[in-house]
Design a protein around this ligand. Structure first.
Ligand SMILES: C[S@@+](CC[C@H](N)C(=O)[O-])C[C@H]1O[C@@H](n2cnc3c(N)ncnc32)[C@H](O)[C@@H]1O
Length: 392
């Protein structure tokens, strides 16, 4: 079928409407006329791939990776768009999610942008963590979109140069379900395997504890611990969070979903010796307490944020950096009771941010400032940093 493609939607698709039917089309851009092939039918809509472009958008480019495209590697969503236009698409998704789901006044989001992160290779070569699936023959690769099909690649264009040049993809990993590689700030490669995608990772080679840096502060985490994937992300996000929160000497702060504690460390320095920072994190591989030991005014609690936050009392400042699912109503209610003067929400999923923003409004908090960053170029993903303060 031939369709004219409309606006971008969340998930890396653009929407096309034909005779009352709705199609979510991958590999297309707004305004293009394309031939589509249905990939999945649902009751009220269908997913499709643009398999031929009849009228191209001025934003279209030849994908820099030869493995990107319909029925090929599912890792990237926007290789066929210029990096500038990818950021415009993401800004539109952010605007739509926050206004439609989050109930945010569109006037507040006027001119919202997704900013590029500084990186020598631009939109390529940024990914410091890669996990490949392994086929029954032991060969690693990447999955096609929403499929078990394994696409064998010789290198991934968005992986860092050190990962691209590593031997992980050239080897056989017999009996394994996945193999992963981590490129650290001290220029080491850690390699791990998993029996299945969801199984516990087993260290194979390189350092077991990896070093990551934010400014002059170093963090040591397990090879399987969380760290921002883009090399410029951790320092940019900390700078933005401190700018939004404007911590004052002697204030108290929480770093919820703290990971290694990069935000907690920055807050501890900003609130000084008379201030106090509590980090909450549930993954031992983050080594939060060990990483924060240098800061006498900071401590870590090991456990679930939803269980711990209600018992923490009141606080001046909060950094909230949940996983893709968001913080959820329990945590938001706990924040409402703690009455911080400012909450800085770091979101890797705009939909989850929008849902939590709507719950924060019930607790009397409104959006005051917002920045978004293209921390995952070539993919549909981006990071949003939002400042919430009590309604005036
Ligand atoms: C998006 S990461 C942010 C980490 C850190 N703020 C950073 O920037 O490096 C989310 C973190 O929350 C942790 N986490 C996930 N669910 C949690 C929960 N229910 N309670 C506590 N920590 C959780 C994960 O282990 C991960 O380290």
């Amino acid at each position: 079928m031939i369709v004219t493609v409309g606006d971008v939607a969340a998930g890396g698709h653009c929407v096309a409407r034909v005779d009352g039917e709705v199609y979510f089309v991958r590999h297309a851009l707004p305004g293009e006329r394309v031939r589509i092939e249905i990939t999945e039918r649902k009751k009220r809509f269908a997913f499709a791939d643009a398999v031929e472009v009849l009228e191209a958008s001025p934003d279209r480019v030849e994908p820099p990776c030869r493995f990107a495209g319909p029925s090929k590697c599912g890792g990237c969503d926007f290789q066929h768009a210029t990096p500038e236009s990818q950021r415009r698409l993401k800004a539109k998704v952010l605007f739509d999610q926050l206004t439609r789901i989050g109930g945010i006044d569109p006037a507040r989001l006027d001119g919202v942008e997704v900013e590029a992160l500084a990186w020598p290779e631009g939109a390529l070569g940024w990914r410091t963590r890669m996990q490949y699936a392994v086929g029954p023959d032991g060969r690693p690769g990447l999955r096609a979109h929403k499929s078990h099909d394994l696409i064998h690649i010789d290198k991934c264009a968005i992986a860092t140069e050190r990962i691209r040049e590593s031997e992980v993809l050239g080897k056989h990993w017999d009996g394994m379900g996945a193999v992963g590689v981590v490129d650290t700030d001290d220029e080491q490669l850690a390699v791990y395997t998993q029996l299945r995608r969801t199984a516990r990772p087993h260290h194979k080679s390189g350092p077991k504890l990896v070093h990551q840096q934010v400014g002059s502060n170093e963090f040591e985490i397990g090879f399987d611990g969380f760290w921002q994937v883009h090399p410029a992300a951790a320092s940019t996000f900390l700078e933005c969070a401190l700018d939004f929160l404007q911590p004052r000497e002697g204030e108290s702060a929480w770093d919820l979903y703290a990971g290694a504690g990069a935000f907690a460390a920055g807050l501890a320095e900003a609130v000084g010796e008379t201030g106090r920072v509590v980090a909450v994190e549930n993954a031992p591989a983050s080594r939060t307490a060990a990483n924060l030991a240098r800061w006498k005014n900071a401590g870590a609690i090991d456990g679930d944020v939803a269980a711990i936050a209600p018992d923490l009392g009141s606080v001046d400042l909060v950094v909230l950096d949940p996983p893709r699912s968001g913080a959820g109503p329990e945590v938001v209610v706990a924040l409402g009771e703690a009455r911080p003067r400012a909450i800085c929400y770091i979101a890797c999923d705009a939909g989850a941010l929008a849902r939590d923003a709507s719950d924060l409004a019930i607790e009397g908090y409104e959006l005051k400032r917002l920045r978004a960053f293209d921390a995952f170029p070539m993919t549909q993903h981006f990071e949003t940093i939002a400042l919430f303060e009590p309604v005036d």
